[in-house]
Design a protein around this ligand. Structure first.
Ligand code: GZL
Length: 312
């Protein structure tokens, strides 16, 4: 736009004129919906003109969106990359156009000069915290675990599996007997859990469900109940995100632990972008957000009330 052009011609754009293109994966989970809400709120707070694109979880739509942002001459791009690979070409185009790219909530496998920084949690740590809770709380009997993985090829699915397995190492009585993607959605999580229950003696041989996000866990809880078993008791339920609905499940005794992921990746991203546009100093390649374990001992309905309405 003319304002952006003027800003570019006469020095760096100030926050008032900043135009940022945001390629969001979609709204597959409550957590992702909250991230979108918070990103728009953070942009509003800073007077940033946010160009928003929802890719319906398709990488080709994200690549199209990035090309359109480059053509528009935005000042910066935020990208939540649905999968880890396939970004080099389009990120090279953004680099040639001297448009900095900041990754939100997921990482990619690409030369790190193709993006300014990544604002994400430590996803291996999240999986490890979930696994350590289970090892500590499932008793010393044989514990057969079923795993609902996140989107195939996404950094959280790869990392959360790795961290969880690290926690199980050395504890021979804990074993992942079935593992399949539920694509981070409730409906797919329920569908896959139904198949796990059928395959494992109606669920009687399953000690625990580990889901890479709460939405798949909530779908799994539904399937466990429909199979006539008690989630949270017959089958322990451990997941990640700390969205409001998992706290309702905890209050009902149907879920046992979740690892919190903040939906506010945009705040730190805008801060590092402002600093970079001012002094062109390269920030660290990773801005890490904190994780926190919640269990039913943490007054779940109080947490639910606090989180409800934050855009989930
Ligand atoms: C993790 C993020 C994941 C959430 C899911 O950083 O990418 O994507 O855990 C969402 O809820 O689908």
């Amino acid at each position: 736009s003319a304002t952006v052009l003027a800003a570019c011609m006469f020095g760096s754009a100030s926050a008032a004129e900043l135009v940022v293109g945001f390629s969001q994966i979609g709204s597959e989970s409550g957590w992702r919906a909250a991230e979108t809400t918070v990103t728009k709120q953070e942009a509003e707070k800073r007077g940033v003109d946010l160009k928003f694109s929802d890719a319906q979880q398709k990488q080709e739509n994200q690549i199209k969106a990035l090309r359109s942002f480059v053509a528009q001459g935005v000042n910066a791009i935020f990208l939540a990359p649905v999968v880890e690979t396939g970004w080099d070409d389009v990120l090279k185009e953004a680099k040639e156009a001297e448009i900095p790219v900041i990754l939100l909530d997921r990482t990619i496998k690409a030369p790190d000069d193709l993006y300014l920084t990544a604002v994400t949690s430590d996803q291996v740590h999240e999986g490890k915290v979930a696994g350590e809770w289970l090892v500590k709380n499932a008793g010393d009997k044989k514990c057969n675990i079923v795993e609902l993985q996140g989107t195939t090829g996404s950094s959280p699915a790869i990392a959360r599996k790795k961290g969880f397995e690290e926690a199980l190492a050395g504890h021979e009585n804990f074993k992942i007997v079935r593992s399949q993607t539920g694509d981070f959605t409730r409906s797919k999580g329920k569908e896959v859990m139904e198949s796990f229950l059928k395959a494992e003696n109606g669920g009687k041989d399953i000690c625990a469900l580990y889901a890479h996000n709460d939405d798949m866990a909530v779908g799994g809880i539904q399937a466990i109940k429909e199979a006539g078993l008690k989630p949270g008791k017959d089958i322990l339920v451990v997941s990640i995100d700390a969205v409001p609905d998992i706290f309702q499940a905890m209050a009902a005794g149907e879920a046992n632990a979740t690892v919190e992921l903040t939906p506010n990746m945009a705040g730190p991203a805008f801060d590092v972008l402002d600093a970079y546009l001012k002094d062109k100093k390269e920030p660290p390649k990773w801005i890490q957000t904190e994780s926190k374990l919640y269990t039913p001992a943490d007054d779940p309905m109080k947490v639910y009330e606090a989180k409800k309405g934050l855009g989930y």
